[in-house]
Design a binder for this molecule. Structure first.
Ligand SMILES: [Zn+2]
Length: 599
């Protein structure tokens, strides 16, 4: 998922207006209460403090209110495979569907299965058996479909359930986030053809849990399934979904049925469909289909926008030591998209204005379009191949995708281009940090949509860069290879990334992961130096609020220059106020802090 321009703008506004509102919130964080009582009792125990006024604890405006704990979804049943047969009612903006789900108890024996199915009319629910389908009883509250099985099933038994339904996405209440502005799952663009200059299209958007607005599933990121989708559409339209087009058949009523099959398992939020009048521009990478779906008038410029995709696939395959694993790679431009772009496995959706450029526009194109293209592609390793098990762990998807924007710029356009990505992205996090400071991986939030912020993306990307600089390039990519290889086609949490780095480097990295991923805030340093008696005294003060954010451990390289000779000094900052004495035979011409560019 990548922010649209509109999403970025709303975040900037939040920064300006968020801080004062935060200060008057009555819902005080739990940490605040604990800290206050601790300070109060310390003051009471000290006779000197009894007479002195006790300064009230100042709660920074960026400290969010306490939120409920959000654990990963408990897995009772695994969705192994989903087969859908769908057609569309453009006028009513509805989907008429049949879903055939292959299910299996995860560990414990089950006599029920609870599916997410939002806003459907359920026609019937049947158990598919060898000879004859068996009708099953169910309860349905318009969000959860609770199906009573005909008996107990153990974890060694798979079973098939067929559900006929009508999905009515427009009858759902609307929600959304800065990165994803709506969550009804299935969208009809210009369904009646009444808007001039806008094509009729259908597309879907699953993340976070909106695909269950158009097919029944267990709509959690720690599920993983293969899939096959038969889409019946009017013959003039093209279709796109995940995986390969395995058949396309004309029907006697003038419609056509396309069947798309993805044989490699992915999380349900990565399932997608699109229907419309697209031009398809073909490309390839190592014999796999790479193609670009655009409005016909952008057919001639599609390669100028998307054309580096095969080179990116090669670059990441080699860098990670894991070849692009999926069956094909399609990218599609759609109208009125609810985000910038979305990493649906093998079928990435883009808001059309980002990637549909006229020949004239291409002359002025900045890195924005390509950074989005590379972001979504990198998700095919971090997000799709290995998937964060819960929204709390979203930085395991988004920090990597964000950092790919740096990696591709560095590889393709050089160090200065990468430094610009770094600088802009850091600035976007720091802007947001004025009104909000959260741990990157956060187990408490009000809504999962809150995770799609400048922390999960921009700060996360910078943290990965620090990790790379700390362990070195070879260890960084070897660790990523280990992480991807060990956890392929599974869902993960933060500790699994840390363990991969520890296994490769041999270093206990709890300190790094704790301060950067699990605690809020960032260091604010004051660095001064003086020279006397053959020594440079380098004083480093950590000025950040240490009640609500940590005192950081910061390995840093200092370079001093004297007589046109550079000398490197490696120090580790660990305290709020620390002075380091560096040997120097004469007064240095320059003392450069963080000369290694780690931070
Ligand atoms: Zn993303």
């Amino acid at each position: 998922m990548k922010y649209s321009v509109l999403g970025a703008l709303s975040l900037v506004l939040t920064c300006h207006f968020g801080a004062p509102a935060q200060a008057v919130k009555s819902n005080k964080p739990a940490t605040n209460k604990a800290a206050t009582s601790k300070k109060a009792s310390a003051a009471a125990a000290s006779p000197a403090a009894q007479s002195a006024p006790v300064a009230p604890l100042v709660v920074p405006s960026w400290l969010p209110p306490s939120n409920p704990v959000q654990p990963s979804a408990t897995i009772l049943t695994d969705v192994l495979d989903t087969k859908l047969d769908v057609r569309f009612d453009w006028a009513k903006q509805q989907l008429l569907g049949t879903a055939l789900l292959t299910l299996r108890p995860h560990f414990y024996t089950q006599n029920q299965v609870v599916l997410d199915a939002k806003g459907f009319d359920i026609k019937n629910v049947r158990l598919v058996t060898g000879n004859k389908d068996k009708t099953l009883t169910y309860g349905y509250d318009k969000r959860k479909l609770t199906i009573n099985l005909d008996r107990q099933y153990t974890r060694s038994e798979t079973y098939l359930i067929r559900i006929s339904y009508v999905a009515k996405p427009n009858e759902l209440p609307a929600n959304g986030s800065a990165a994803i502005t709506s969550d009804k799952g299935l969208y009809f663009v210009n369904p009646l053809g009444t808007e001039k200059n806008k094509p009729k299209q259908i597309w879907t958007q699953g993340e976070t849990e909106a695909n269950s607005c158009w097919f029944p599933t267990i709509d959690k990121p720690n599920q993983r399934m293969t899939q096959e989708i038969a889409m019946t559409v009017e013959a003039q339209y093209k279709t796109l979904s995940n995986g390969l087009l395995i058949s396309s058949k004309k029907n006697s009523d003038g419609t056509r049925t396309d069947v798309w099959k993805q044989s490699l398992p992915a999380a349900p939020y990565l399932t997608m469909m699109a229907v419309g009048n697209f031009a398809v521009v073909s490309d390839s990478w190592r014999g796999k289909t790479v193609d670009y779906y655009v409005d016909p008038q952008y057919q001639s410029t599609a390669k100028a926008v998307f054309g580096n995709t095969p080179e990116m696939m090669e670059f990441y395959s080699q860098k990670l030591g894991v070849d692009f694993p999926w069956e094909k790679y399609s990218q599609i431009a759609v109208h009125d998209f609810v985000s910038g772009a979305m990493e649906n496995t093998t079928a990435v959706t883009f808001e059309q204005s980002i990637v549909q450029r006229s020949a004239r526009d291409i002359q002025d194109m900045t890195y924005d379009a390509e950074s989005t293209i590379t972001h979504e592609l990198f998700h095919h390793w971090f997000g799709d191949y290995v998937t964060s098990e819960s929204w709390a762990n979203l930085p395991l998807n988004e920090s990597f995708a964000d950092y790919s924007e740096f990696l591709w710029a560095e590889h393709k356009y050089g160090a200065d281009a990468a430094a610009l990505v770094q600088q802009k992205s850091l600035g976007q996090y720091l802007d947001e940090a004025r009104s909000k400071r959260e741990p990157l991986v956060r187990y408490q939030y009000a809504s999962q949509e809150d995770m799609f912020d400048r922390h999960s993306y921009n700060k996360g990307g910078r943290v990965l860069h620090m990790l790379r600089k700390h362990v070195g390039d070879e260890a960084f990519f070897a660790s990523l290879n280990r992480y991807l290889t060990q956890h392929k086609y599974t869902s993960v949490e933060l500790s699994e990334l840390r363990t991969a780095f520890e296994d490769v480097t041999g270093e206990d990295l709890m300190w790094f992961f704790d301060q950067w991923f699990l605690q809020r805030g960032h260091p604010e340093l004051r660095v001064t130096h003086s020279y006397a008696g053959g020594q440079i005294a380098l004083r480093v003060q950590q000025l950040q609020d240490s009640t609500f954010s940590p005192i950081y451990r910061l390995p840093i390289t200092i370079t001093t220059w004297a007589n046109n000779q550079a000398t490197d000094h490696r120090i580790v900052v660990t305290k709020a106020n620390q002075t380091f004495h560096l040997p120097a035979s004469q007064r240095p011409a320059l003392v450069k802090f963080d000369s290694g560019g780690n931070y």
